[in-house]
Write a protein that binds this ligand. Structure first.
Ligand code: ADP
Ligand code: TRP
Length: 322
């Protein structure tokens, strides 16, 4: 079964991306019946990243992070979206089958506009490109966070519009594959997101990491009073790293009172440092060998393209272009 997902290089990957997406992606490469395809959605990132050097840097950040976190290019196909420009042709074809109303309902577009992004045509068209990403590789399962489910549903609709219009079944209906960790809170308690500037990025270490963790927003319950772990951002983050006994122990400390949030933050900091230590080491190694990273992406692009060109031929035939 083909599994595919993309991650935008719109900032350095963070703990929310890891628990909400990357971790699951990497685990899926070992599923016996899975053929995993992962790509860096650089065309998508152009909707919000407008500086060439910045985009180049983020693309490399995502590549380094996936490889350092355990993506194995022998098990999963890993490539850059823009290395297969065929996706843009399918985007156009799908756009011609899709009513404006469908795109006007997209939450992520409305959200971005509400947050002050300029409503470019590209930003509006974003879900069509995402549908083309998925359909070009005939992906059956798309592992994503909850915020992306609407885009997968739109993809299902677009596949149906195309297939119905041309009396074909060339486009395959994908299903979302939701991760259990639906929403990782950021340092301010909102969803952790690159665009909210509330992230703990994976590559952060030393003083910078400490400063970020110590800056997590908590309420103003005095040190000696009992505290509620279930409403605390520090505790929510701690749960991602700790086993059940450790979680229980910290929850008891919260409820007993006499422990300040500073202590809980220190425990969280230790967990983050320990959990990501092997990744940091591997990332530093890879940083010394960027040619290897580029080779991995190039090889992945060749494998992805072999599938993309076949689908594109089929949709061209079905729609009268061939
Ligand atoms: P961001 O919001 O930081 O820009 P993206 O939109 O690039 O993140 O998301 C990349 C992947 O990470 C998506 O599958 C998304 O669902 C997941 N993700 C992002 N932020 C979180 C979060 N705070 N909690 C859980 N999953 C998240
Ligand atoms: N829109 C997705 C996000 O922000 C990234 C993405 C682009 C994607 N194309 C995709 C995810 C195709 C899954 C499948 O997270």
């Amino acid at each position: 079964m083909r599994i595919l997902s993309g991650v935008q290089p719109s900032g350095a990957p963070h703990i929310g991306n890891y628990f909400g997406a990357i971790k699951q992606h990497i685990e899926l490469q070992d599923k016996p019946d899975a053929e995993a395809y992962y790509f860096i959605a650089d065309y998508h990132a152009m909707t919000t990243v407008h500086d060439a050097d910045e985009l180049r840097g983020y693309i490399m950040d995502v590549a380094l992070d996936y490889l350092a976190l355990g993506l194995d290019p022998k098990k999963a196909v890993f490539f850059r979206q823009s290395a297969i420009p065929e996706v843009l042709e399918l985007t156009w074809m799908l756009g011609c089958c899709t009513g404006m109303g469908l795109l006007e309902r997209a939450h992520s577009y409305k959200d971005k506009i509400a947050r002050g992004f300029k409503p470019s045509v590209g930003l509006f068209y974003y879900p069509v490109l995402m549908a083309a990403d998925i359909l070009l590789y005939k992906s059956k399962r798309v592992p994503v966070g909850a915020d992306q489910v609407q885009h997968i549903e739109m993809t299902q609709d677009m596949a149906e519009y195309f297939n119905n219009r041309y009396g074909t079944d060339v486009l395959v209906r994908p299903e979302p594959l939701l991760n259990a960790t639906a929403r990782v809170p950021g340092t301010d308690g909102q969803k952790m997101s690159k665009s909210y500037k509330n992230t703990i990025s994976l590559a952060l270490e030393g003083k910078a990491l400490k400063k970020t963790v110590m800056g997590i927003v908590t309420d103003s319950t005095p040190l000696e009073d009992p505290k509620d772990p279930d409403t605390c951002n520090v505790f929510s983050l701690y749960q991602l790293f700790a086993n059940e006994d450790e979680q229980k122990a910290l929850a008891e400390q919260y409820r007993a009172g006499g422990m300040g949030y500073g202590d809980a933050k220190k425990q969280l900091l230790e967990k983050i440092q320990e959990y990501f230590a092997p990744y940091r080491e591997k990332r530093k190694e890879l940083e010394q060998n960027l040619d290897h990273v580029r080779d991995v992406l190039k090889d992945g692009a060749e494998r992805a393209r072999a599938i993309a060109t076949v689908t594109l031929d089929e949709v061209r035939k079905a729609s009268g272009l061939l």
